[in-house]
Structures are given as C-alpha cells and as structure tokens.
Write a protein that binds this ligand. Structure first.
Ligand SMILES: *[C@@H]1O[C@H](CO)[C@@H](O)[C@H](O)[C@H]1NC(C)=O
Ligand SMILES: *[C@@H]1O[C@H](CO)[C@@H](O)[C@H](O)[C@H]1NC(C)=O
Ligand SMILES: *[C@@H]1O[C@H](CO)[C@@H](O)[C@H](O)[C@H]1NC(C)=O
Ligand SMILES: *[C@@H]1O[C@H](CO)[C@@H](O)[C@H](O)[C@H]1NC(C)=O
Ligand SMILES: *[C@@H]1O[C@H](CO)[C@@H](O)[C@H](O)[C@H]1NC(C)=O
Length: 281
C-alpha cells in the first residue's frame, strides 16, 4: 500500500511539473575547480527558477619544477683483495688569503705541482671547530690520520674509493671553515685510467664557512652496491679557525645515522686498477 501511494505521488508530481515548467529567465553562475586541463561550462536548466551555469576551471596547482635526476657517478675497477685501509689524506700549504677565500681554485695544488707536506690514511672525515689561542704564533691543530697542521692556514685533500654498501640514493654532505669541494665518481674525483685528478673538474658540492658559521651543503648520488666510487675532498683554511665535516648518508637509514666515520667502506688510491702504461707516461 505504501509503495503504491508513493508511486502515485511521484506520478502526480511529474504531471504537475509538466504543467508548470517554463524557460528560466535568469541564471546564477557558480565556479568550481575540476581535474581537467581547460575551462568548461555546463548549464543546468531546472523546471523552475534560474538556470545554473557551472564553470569548471582546472585546479590551480603550483608549477612543479621537475625534480632533477640524481647524478650517477661512475665507479672504477679495483685490485682484488684490497683492504679497507682508509682514504689517503695529503696536507698542502695554502697561503693566507688563498684557497677557501675565492682567490684560489680547488685545483691550485694540482696546477702548481705542490708536494704534500705530510701524508697519511684516515677513515674519519671530520675535525671540530677550533678557536685561536691568545698567541697564535706556532698555532697548530690535529686533523685526521694523525696529521697536525699549521692551524691558521692549510689544505687537506682526502681521496680514495668509497665502496657502496647498498644500492640507491646516497646523500653526500659537507660543511667547512673555510671551504670544502666534493668531487665524486670517475673523471670527477680522479681518472679510473691513471688515478690522477683533473684540474678542470667541477665539484659536485661546495661548502663555504667561516666566523663560526659553517652551513651544510648536500648533493644526491645514485650508487650501486659493491662498486668502488672515486671520492676526493679538497678542504682549505685560508686564515684563522677551521672546521670540517664530510658525511655520507646511506639509503634506508635515518638522517641521524649519516656518518663521517667511513671505516670499512673506504679504500686508498692504491686499490685502483690503473693502466700501468698510462700511469707511467
Ligand atoms: C701559511 O701562509 C703563509 C703566508 O701566506 C705561507 O708562507 C705558508 O706557506 C702557509 N703555510 C701553510 C702550512 O699553508
Ligand atoms: C652547494 O654546492 C653547489 C655545487 O657546487 C653550489 O652550486 C651551491 O651554490 C652550493 N650551495 C651553497 C649554499 O653553498
Ligand atoms: C642508527 O643509530 C642508532 C644509534 O647508534 C642505532 O641504534 C640504530 O640501530 C641505527 N639505525 C640504523 C637503521 O642503522
Ligand atoms: C658532523 O657530522 C655528524 C654526522 O657524521 C653529525 O652528527 C654532526 O652533527 C656534524 N657536526 C657538525 C659540527 O656539523
Ligand atoms: C679503517 O677501518 C678499517 C676497518 O675497520 C681498518 O682495518 C683500518 O685499519 C682503518 N684505517 C685507519 C687509518 O684507521
């Protein structure tokens, strides 16, 4: 009974509508966003009252700057049975007001053919900020690999291979007082052919600091597990206090677990499978 009565009411309404329906004499306009890429409009004409014009405009989304593909540095071949003895570290002289001030490029030690004042191996790529003593004459500081430098002005070059412990996106970060230039991969850090760095290489990341402010600069690289990647840091202090931090953040670990203690993952340059004929020429 109830449904019959309901149908009767609906049929009644239908006939009533047919009778009173008329063309709308006014419109209202409403604008809504939609997922299309162009503006469209739809007019809804009811039986009574004003027509409604619906204008559909594309969603306003901020223009996406296309995220750059991560750099894929190329690895080198290494000698079998090479030991993770650490990175090479070489200490070079750096004139006051030299590398780190913008007056000398990170290639100055190559182009000037400088010989290291001291050399060692290190797994650690960090030394803390120091403060000048009251009398800076003869001021020295400990750095890495047991190398003690003239604290006021010096350059340290860290180089060798990083054995990627997993595959994926690694984030390499650096902070320094006054400057560290990060070179990574075949040809950039050094040649896989002869182990020599190029004076023309453009660093992947540069960190500049001073006056106890050492902002961090990071860059992403995509690496493959088990491959040996050339790495080179050119760290310089052109005068006064100094600091250095070079870290590698592995995929799948928290940011806090990025490390500047690369023990087990870093190998000296002597591990490279270099072509003897080219190395000797
Ligand atoms: C420090 O700077 C002085 C003056 O520029 C320079 O003669 C000296 O060789 C530098 N020493 C080092 C270790 O960089
Ligand atoms: C970080 O390093 C890149 C590559 O050298 C450089 O273009 C950029 O200016 C650096 N950023 C800062 C904040 O120094
Ligand atoms: C991160 O470091 C903490 C503290 O050393 C350690 O407990 C944790 O297991 C590490 N996490 C990963 C994913 O390596
Ligand atoms: C240096 O790097 C470590 C990670 O290896 C980080 O925990 C620490 O905060 C950094 N220190 C400075 C002074 O930048
Ligand atoms: C670096 O770490 C490896 C592995 O722990 C160790 O065998 C090597 O002696 C360390 N090198 C230095 C210079 O401490």
């Amino acid at each position: 009974m109830a449904s019959i009565a309901h149908s009767a009411i609906l049929i009644g309404l239908f006939f009533v509508d047919r009778v009173i329906c008329q063309r709308p004499t006014s419109t209202t306009t409403t604008t809504i966003p939609w997922t299309g890429i162009s503006v469209t409009s739809t007019t809804i004409t009811p039986c009574t009252g004003p027509a409604t014009v619906v204008i559909e405009t594309p969603f306003q989304t901020p223009a996406c700057s296309s995220t750059p593909l991560p750099v894929r540095p190329a690895p080198c071949e290494t000698l079998p049975d090479c030991q993770a003895d650490g990175l090479n570290i070489d200490y070079y002289s750096n004139p006051v007001g030299g590398y780190g001030s913008g007056n000398l490029p990170p290639s100055y030690y190559i182009t000037q053919g400088l010989s290291p004042l001291a050399s060692s191996l290190t797994n650690v790529t960090f030394f803390p900020q120091d403060m000048p003593p009251d009398d800076p004459a003869g001021w020295t500081r400990d750095t890495n690999g047991g190398i003690i430098v003239n604290a006021n002005n010096f350059t340290l070059v860290y180089y060798g291979f990083y054995l990627a412990p997993s595959t994926g996106l690694f984030t390499i970060c650096s902070s320094s007082d006054n400057e560290n230039d990060v070179f990574f991969g075949q040809g950039n850090a050094f040649s896989c052919d002869n182990g020599k760095p190029s004076a023309d290489a453009t660093p992947l990341a540069v960190s500049n600091g001073g006056f106890y402010e050492d902002p961090i600069n990071c860059t992403d690289v995509y690496l493959t597990q088990g491959r040996y990647y050339p790495v080179r840091n050119v760290m310089g202090n052109y005068g006064g206090p100094s600091a250095f931090n070079f870290t590698i953040w592995e995929p799948g670990v928290p940011w806090e677990n990025r490390t500047h203690d690369l023990a087990g993952d870093v190998y000296p340059l002597s591990c490279g499978w270099f072509s003897l004929s080219k190395a000797q020429s």
